[in-house]
Design a protein around this ligand. Structure first.
Ligand SMILES: NC(=O)c1ccc[n+]([C@@H]2O[C@H](COP(=O)([O-])OP(=O)(O)OC[C@H]3O[C@@H](n4cnc5c(N)ncnc54)[C@H](OP(=O)(O)O)[C@@H]3O)[C@@H](O)[C@H]2O)c1
Length: 262
């Protein structure tokens, strides 16, 4: 554990990967700013991290799709403290045919997965560049970023955006002080599947990673300065395979793999 604790901000900390990012960062000696909408969960996590790891924790709850909330989050998070890691993790998916799903769902998804992530990358990126100390900007995408995914068309496209955007700004910054990492998990046991209205077959469930394993592998990559990490050997193999498939075939295979369980 470092003598001086540094601060990390985790979005989507009330569940799944976000909760595990917070836990594992506290274990590694970091203080935390936690944000999501469910304040009760954030407070319970804050109490756990304070008692288990003596971490200082700030909770700022709200809807990241709301620009006014993002103003407040940035103001509170940077008030009297320097952030040295920001993990843009909050996001959600939805399985459904594009035209048969209400526009409000796609619009909310675009606002969270793309607009909020980009806005926070810009605001916190400038904060971390300006303080000039070693820092990390982490954007969570998905292996869905590797090919079109029928029935997950909008979600997968938001994650392609996150991957391209992250790799481009990592190149622009090219600074030893501020590093950018794009994390690409595959199917992981969290609340994501329920929130996305997915029904998985028993076989698909077997291929899921656990959230602590995804977070451990990705944090090692972040702290090692990697620009892109696909977690889990099966996901690495699948994303490597897409290099050799024409786009139509990759889309067809993705459609097959996303078929809901009977
Ligand atoms: N699990 C997977 O299979 C998988 C695979 C690839 C990529 N990912 C990506 O990993 C990231 C984390 O997902 P997860 O698997 O941990 O899912 P999760 O368990 O459903 O967690 C999603 C988190 O996002 C927060 N969130 C959702 N809408 C929000 C909003 N409008 N404002 C603020 N916070 C909001 C939720 O908190 P509140 O509801 O309390 O706001 C929750 O903390 C996402 O970006 C997801 O796309 C997941």
């Amino acid at each position: 554990m470092s003598a001086v604790r540094r601060w990390a901000l985790v979005t989507g900390a009330s569940s799944g990967l976000g909760t595990d990012y917070a836990r594992q960062l506290a274990e590694r000696g970091w203080n935390l700013v936690l944000t999501a909408r469910r304040r009760d969960r954030l407070e319970a996590l804050a109490a756990e991290l304070q008692s288990a790891h003596s971490a200082e924790v700030l909770v700022v709850d709200g809807d990241l799709g709301d620009e006014g909330f993002r103003d407040r989050l940035v103001a509170e998070a940077t008030n009297g403290r320097k952030l040295h890691m920001v993990i843009n993790n909050a996001g959600f998916g939805w399985q459904g045919d594009f035209l048969d799903t209400a526009w409000s769902r796609w619009s909310t998804m675009l606002s969270l997965n793309i607009v909020a992530l980009t806005d926070l990358a810009w605001r916190f990126g400038r904060h971390m560049r300006d303080h000039g100390e070693s820092a990390h900007l982490v954007n969570v995408a998905s292996i869905g970023a590797w090919q079109p995914v029928p029935t997950f068309a909008v979600y997968a496209a938001t994650k392609s955006y996150v991957r391209d955007f992250s790799e481009a700004i990592a190149f622009e910054l090219a600074s030893p002080a501020l590093r950018v990492t794009c994390v690409c998990p595959g199917g992981t046991k969290t609340e994501f599947m329920d929130a996305a209205g997915m029904k998985l077959s028993k076989l698909s469930e077997l291929g899921l990673q656990t959230s602590p394993a995804v977070v451990r592998e990705s944090l090692d990559a972040v702290l090692g300065g990697r620009r892109l990490i696909v977690t889990g050997w099966l996901n690495k193999l699948m994303t490597f395979g897409t290099r050799f498939a024409p786009r139509w075939l990759a889309a067809r295979l993705a459609a097959l793999s996303m078929k809901p369980a009977a």
